[in-house]
Design a protein around this ligand. Structure first.
Ligand code: PGA
Length: 252
């Protein structure tokens, strides 16, 4: 393992009402007290953010939102800014998830503005990148990862790279039960780190790069043992407090 502290983040997507978020945390938080050496993040919907923030309180578990707008405020009906998330007590925000890219028109241009806006508001951005199955089959994985990393971080000062979390999430592995092999995931995460090193070598060494895509208790330990994999962004398996705790245990 590297000297980087692992991060395990629960991406709840559009799941869990307020009562369900509270129920999850009541079950999970007692177990989290024993999980040393791992940073734990839960990412609820906007409507459950305050419940999660209140429940997590002074525990070791941090709370992140799943999206934001890059402007501070303005006529953007339905949007939420980084400053508003920070004001609500969030610690971070997921940016560029493949579902937002594929279903909601998220662009690299918007992400280039969102990443520094999140950092400026004091939020940790969890920036997601990853190739589709067709891109992998066409041998375009590295070109795609290079393009996304370069475009999404175009306006981020190199000196701030270490503050980021990047999640490598191959689209073909998300919610499909098909996990990337530890070798495939390691190779992609190492490639992402090498691209970050082009901008800032020390920052690239420090940045945490997570794997996401059907991570579960049965495969977490092997994925997390890879040198350039510093944690996981967990969807389906993060909805159950026991499964999520097992994954966190594998990282601690
Ligand atoms: P999954 O989702 O673990 O259900 O594949 C991961 C993600 O989309 O972040």
């Amino acid at each position: 393992m590297s000297g980087r502290t692992p991060v395990i983040a629960a991406n709840w997507k559009m799941h869990k009402r307020r009562d369900e978020a509270a129920e999850f945390l009541d079950a999970f938080l007692p177990r989290a007290t024993e999980l040393n050496g791992v940073e734990i993040v839960v990412c609820p919907t906007y409507t459950a953010l305050d419940v999660a923030i209140e429940r997590c309180g002074s525990s070791r578990v941090r709370v992140a939102a799943q999206n934001m707008h890059f402007e501070r405020e303005g006529a953007f009906t339905g949007e939420v800014s980084a400053a508003m998330l920070a004001d609500a007590g969030a610690d971070g925000v997921v940016l560029g998830h493949s579902e937002r890219r594929a279903l909601f028109g998220e662009t690299d241009e918007a992400l280039a503005r969102k990443v520094p806006a999140a950092l400026d508001a004091g939020l940790v951005p969890i920036l997601c990148v990853g190739e589709t199955e067709a891109q992998r089959d066409a041998g375009e994985t590295e070109a795609l990862l290079r393009a996304q990393v370069e475009a999404d971080l175009a306006a981020t000062e190199p000196g701030r790279l270490a503050e980021l979390v990047v999640a490598y999430e191959p689209v073909w592995a998300i919610g499909t039960g098909r996990t990337a092999s530890p070798e495939q995931a390691q190779e992609a995460c190492a490639f992402i780190r090498s691209r970050l090193a082009d901008r800032d070598a020390a920052g690239a060494e420090a940045v945490r790069i997570l794997y996401g895509g059907s991570m579960k208790p049965a495969n977490a330990a092997e994925l997390l043992s890879q040198h350039d994999i510093d944690g996981g962004l967990v969807g389906g398996a993060s909805l159950d407090p026991g499964d999520f705790a097992s994954i966190c245990e594998a990282a601690s």
